[in-house]
Structures are given as C-alpha cells and as structure tokens.
Design a protein around this ligand. Structure first.
Ligand code: FES
Length: 146
C-alpha cells in the first residue's frame, strides 16, 4: 500500500517545517501551546505533529540549554576518537547525552553523521561546526561560550 504524502494528508510539510524552525528559534524548543496552535492551523492530530517534531533531531519539546552541543559518533568520527571527545565533554559538563546543565547553559546530544566525515571528530555548537577536534580544543571552545 502506498504511503500518504504530506500533501495528501492536508498540510504542506515545507510550511510546517518553516513554522517549527521559527518557533524553535524563538523559544529554543516547541512549547505545548505552539503545538496546539499548529495542530489547529494545519488541521492535524497532535500525535501526528509530535511525530513530525520527534522525527527531526533539531526540534525539542523541552527547553534546551543556551548552547546545544552535537557530537557525531558515527563511524568515521568514532574511528577518529570521538568517544574520548564525548567522555571529556560529559565529564566537563557533568551531564549525559540528551541532558542539559543545571544552569541551562549547555545541552549535549550525540548525533549521527554531520556530513564532515573526512574531518572528524566533529562537533556543532548551535550552528557552528568544529572539525579535527581534540578533547582539549573542544573544552576550550566550550569554556569560551558565555
Ligand atoms: S561520521 Fe562524523 S561527520 Fe560523518
């Protein structure tokens, strides 16, 4: 059986994603009331909207830290010692993957390939990409986040 496209289900996915991006940028997450508003506007069940939000790793339904750190642990980065990088970041921030520091400054995410496989290990801090990292370089970058 063919799967329904977004258009078949009565909403334009591109417009929905643009709205989600704008909300995410304003609040650093997608608050409940905005989910209600979008569900109404796009005439779609909340559960389906949650499905869309959960599908994209850049959307959050809980407040994140001011800085969202994404560390790639896919194969190429893993071979280039992303594990050590991650462990040092976890230890420095005293949080685990998917957690936010108590002061709400940092959220740590372990992610799939960020598209810089030949330049690993790779970390993103918000929209900034850092490549060829050593743990020392990564911690210096985080210490400079104010
Ligand atoms: S494997 Fe890390 S960026 Fe591709």
């Amino acid at each position: 059986m063919a799967q329904n496209t977004a258009e078949d289900m009565g909403y334009n996915e591109e417009i929905l994603l643009e709205k989600l991006h704008n909300i995410q940028e304003s609040y650093s997450y997608i608050p409940e009331n905005e989910i209600d508003n979008l569900a109404q506007k796009f005439d779609m069940p909340r559960a389906k909207l949650y499905g869309v939000i959960k599908f994209y790793s850049m959307f959050y339904t809980e407040p994140t830290g001011k800085y969202v750190i994404r560390v790639c642990d896919s194969l190429s980065c893993h071979i280039n010692n992303s594990k050590k990088l991650l462990n040092d970041i976890r230890e420095y921030l005293d949080i685990d993957d998917g957690e936010t520091t108590e002061d709400k400054k940092f959220t740590l995410e372990v992610v799939e390939c960020l598209g810089y496989c030949g330049e690993g290990p790779v970390m993103m801090v918000n929209d900034e990409v850092y490549t060829h990292l050593t743990p020392g370089m990564a911690l210096k970058i985080l210490k400079n986040c104010v």
